[in-house]
Design a protein around this ligand. Structure first.
Ligand code: ADP
Ligand code: SF4
Ligand code: MG
Length: 375
């Protein structure tokens, strides 16, 4: 296992510089990142009897101003990865490097100078805002914590932020319950951008919202990403939303990255059977059924306490062979892939698989946004 991991790390390190200027240093770099949650058991002495391997060796980087999408079914370790990046969790193993500085085990004090540069937006706009605080004090929170007094004062800055996120600056003194779900998520966005961060980890930021509202919030996030040059790690289980928002996409399964590529390469020519299956999993009505075979993902994601040997996807993979049970496929650039398109599979899909991208936009509002982008 450890040999494999070494290979994986080397492969990623070799493959990515080809995609960018070799002197472009990533804003954030993750190597062999792991988070194992201990399971306690036994009586009368409780001890560690196992571990939930929520994140189990991931490598990727995020470049300044880009949006990296992180997709995968529920339970595959996306949120845990997001919480590791923002250091809400301490990694069990591996490194997180931010602007060249190893922050994997940095203390609160060591993190203080960069705290304002890395922010998080959470899935649930109801739970993530303190109901007893006014919108003004919620958005001003990060300024207070970091002792920042913008020119013109905090209140003026909060009013400006409310305007940027499409809310009425006069609502400064209102409480979260007076807003709809979409508006609350706008408040979350205002709080996250208040200190002009370099990186935002957005964990399913629109999943809890009505479909009709999702596109508006995605549009707002895209606006702040572009206008403020903020890099995003955009976590979602919905491929349509990730496709719209991300320049590069990583597909996660059971704590590992199965495939990572630039958006068009991943959506038009998925090479990993899991990516292929996720793309087939869009509702029937949205598929041009004539045009392509559909793959049904059978069964559930196995337990992360004891992931399958070899390739973790093998228990659900229709292409699995003996080798898949004994050898873990490294995440590497395989023949037929574009530079920077890495796949972890011994028997990848043909590179000729035709574009599925047009099948994946589910919501007309998102489709409209996408055609705006192209024009
Ligand atoms: N604090 C925790 N303690 C124990 N297990 C956890 C904890 N947080 C998440 N897990 C487990 O880790 C796995 C990955 O969870 P998560 O990162 O939330 O996945 P996702 O966001 O992709 O749905 C799941 O099996 C989940 O039950
Ligand atoms: S390595 Fe084997 S089991 Fe894993 S995705 Fe590829 S073909 Fe399927
Ligand atoms: Mg999650």
């Amino acid at each position: 296992m450890s040999d494999n991991n070494t290979n994986t790390t080397t492969a990623v390190a070799d493959a990515i510089p080809g995609q960018r200027d070799s002197d472009t240093a990533p804003l954030l770099q993750v190597r062999d990142l792991r988070k194992h949650f201990p399971i306690k058991g036994g009586f009368p002495i409780r001890r560690t009897v196992g571990a939930v391997k929520a994140v189990d060796g991931v490598d990727f980087e995020v470049y300044e101003g880009e949006s990296l999408g992180l997709v995968g079914e529920s339970g595959c370790g996306k949120s845990t990865t997001g919480r590791l990046l923002t250091r809400l969790y301490e990694p069990t193993q591996g490194t997180i490097t931010y602007k060249g500085q190893d922050i994997s085990h940095a203390t609160r004090r060591q993190l203080a100078p960069i705290r304002s540069e890395i922010q998080m937006i959470f899935q649930d706009p109801y739970a993530s805002l303190n109901p007893r605080q006014t919108v003004g004090s919620i958005i001003a929170g990060p300024m207070e914590i970091n002792g920042i007094n913008p020119p013109g004062g905090r209140e003026a800055r909060v009013r400006e932020l409310l305007e940027i996120v499409g809310l009425n600056p006069e609502h400064y003194n209102r409480f979260p319950h007076e807003f709809s779900g979409g508006q609350r998520q706008r408040i979350g966005v205002a709080r996250a951008v208040a200190l002009e961060p370099k990186l935002i980890v957005a964990d399913e930021p629109v999943s809890a919202l009505d479909v009709s509202i999702q596109a508006q919030v995605v549009n707002l996030l895209q606006k702040v990403q572009r206008e403020m040059g903020i890099a995003f790690v955009f976590i979602a289980h919905d491929l349509a939303i990730v496709r719209h928002f991300s320049q590069r996409v990583a597909v996660m399964y059971l704590g590992k990255i199965m495939e990572i590529a630039d958006r068009d390469s991943l959506y038009n020519r998925p090479r990993h059977p899991y990516t292929h299956a996720l793309m087939s999993a869009v509702p029937e009505a949205d598929l041009d059924v004539e045009k392509r075979e559909r793959i049904r993902l059978e069964g559930d994601v196995p337990s992360p306490i004891m992931p399958p040997s070899g390739c973790r996807f093998r228990t659900r993979c229709w292409k699995a062979q003996d080798k898949c049970a004994t050898e873990e496929p490294p995440l590497v650039q395989i023949s037929g892939n574009r530079s920077g398109h890495l796949t972890a599979c011994h028997f990848p899909e043909e590179p000729t698989i035709e574009a599925r991208a047009e099948d994946i936009v589910l919501d007309p509002a998102l489709a409209a946004l996408e055609s705006d982008d192209k024009s």
